[in-house]
Write a protein that binds this ligand. Structure first.
Ligand code: ZN
Length: 407
């Protein structure tokens, strides 16, 4: 495999260190081999990339995306698309996500381990990924896409959820997902916005069902992510031992402390509410979805402020669906309003890698890690919106291979 030399860069290695001017990074066989600053050593075999005036940093990580949610009305997924079509659509979304600078993602419900393996084998151009397959949902829960008026059995299968009720059923569904090679389980533990028959400020699943799901995940050496908005659902999940609370918009101080006590991560997903609240009408969101998105959006910044002040472990995800899919980097801008640009960028790189248990291989620019790199034409610490301008993403490298190269 080839050797790459990135030189004359401002290096933002995302370890938490300040940027280093006149830096160089060498990658060989897909891994970062060496970094330094000052006079660039000679590497005669290396292909050089001149990063003058640009920032070299690790590829971004989106820790909450849904490759399979390509419509604005999730009910359409089952009614209008065959699963094969869903796979092609999801693959396109993954490819575009890589072109947004995200070299690694965590899918929060929808795609199975086949996607992860297809990426590893080079069958699809996509970020490295962790997957949970279908999300566990109770009848009438967040992954039950039936309208309240539909008197038909829940839709099983497809690329969203599995409906399971009671300890025995959730246990069997968990074991089935684990058998299929998922990286973690996702549980819909409260109402949501995209589902037509529930409200965000509620709980779903009993403590016994949650405990059974966590038990089965832990038995297989895996973790559980939970979808929550309400404080009561967050507390139930933290007490049940889930690894990360996703969304968490109604977080208050008392609940933040409960999460902290249990070592639970919070993964706020602000971008999807922001864009849907602003552009929902233009995107043609169903009325129930638009109404709920506008409401939870009002709380999202406050939740992050509380989490940040209380010192929670914070990950970062965009949760973009449908027409929002091309705009995942908006999340960094929204987080930066609360945390400042450096912390928002660290959330999206180093901290997401820790959340996902992959710090040893990615998330920062350090020798031995994957050469998953981004060359940004400008200074993201001065303007974090730069990630939203694809023309400013001059070079994207994944495993030492160019995904994009404009210099
Ligand atoms: Zn989600």
């Amino acid at each position: 495999m080839s050797m790459l030399l990135f030189k004359n860069a401002t290096l933002l290695d995302c370890t938490g260190s300040e940027p280093v001017p006149s830096a160089w990074v060498v990658a060989e066989d897909g891994l970062i081999k060496e970094t330094g600053s000052g006079k660039t050593p000679r590497f005669s075999k290396a292909e050089a990339v001149d990063c003058k005036g640009k920032t070299l940093m690790p590829g971004l990580i989106d820790a909450h995306m849904h490759a399979s949610l390509f419509t604005n009305d999730l009910g359409e997924l089952h009614r209008r698309y065959l699963p094969s079509m869903g796979c092609f659509m999801a693959a396109k979304i993954l490819e575009d996500t890589l072109h947004q600078g995200f070299t690694t993602i965590r899918d929060a419900g929808g795609i199975d381990a086949g996607f992860r393996e297809a990426q590893k084998r080079g069958l699809i151009t996509a970020p490295r990924m962790q997957v949970c397959g279908r999300a566990l949902s109770m009848t009438g829960g967040h992954a039950d896409v039936r309208l309240p008026t539909e008197l038909v059995p829940p839709i099983q299968g497809g690329m969203l959820g599995v409906i399971a009720d009671g300890v025995d059923e959730v246990r069997r569904a968990s074991r089935e997902l684990l058998r299929q090679g998922v990286d973690y389980l996702k549980v819909m533990a409260g109402g949501g916005c995209a589902s037509p028959a529930d409200e965000p400020d509620t709980t779903q699943y009993s403590p016994e069902e949650l405990a059974a799901i966590v038990y089965e995940a832990k038995a297989a050496g895996k973790t559980v992510l939970s979808h929550n908005y309400s404080v009561r659902s967050m507390k139930l999940c933290a007490e049940a031992g889930v690894h990360s609370i996703e969304h968490g918009n109604y977080l208050d101080r008392e609940t933040a402390r409960v999460l902290k006590k249990h070592g639970c991560w919070l993964v706020p997903t602000m971008a999807t509410y922001d864009i849907m609240a602003r552009r929902g009408e233009e995107f043609g969101l169903p009325a129930y979805f638009f109404r709920k998105m506008k409401d939870v959006q009002k709380h999202s910044e406050n939740a992050l402020s509380i989490a940040f002040e209380e010192g929670l472990k914070i990950g970062s995800g965009s949760d973009m669906v449908g027409s929002g899919q091309p705009y995942k980097a908006l999340e960094i801008e929204l987080k930066a309003r609360v945390m400042g640009p450096m912390r928002a960028i660290l959330c999206t790189t180093r901290d997401n890698a820790e959340l996902m248990g992959i710090s040893a291989t990615t998330g920062t620019i350090e020798a031995g890690k994957y050469a998953d790199l981004l060359v940004v034409d400008g200074d993201p610490l001065k303007d974090v919106r730069i990630f939203q301008d694809r023309e400013k993403l001059a070079v994207i490298v994944q495993g030492g291979t160019f995904v994009k190269k404009t210099v």
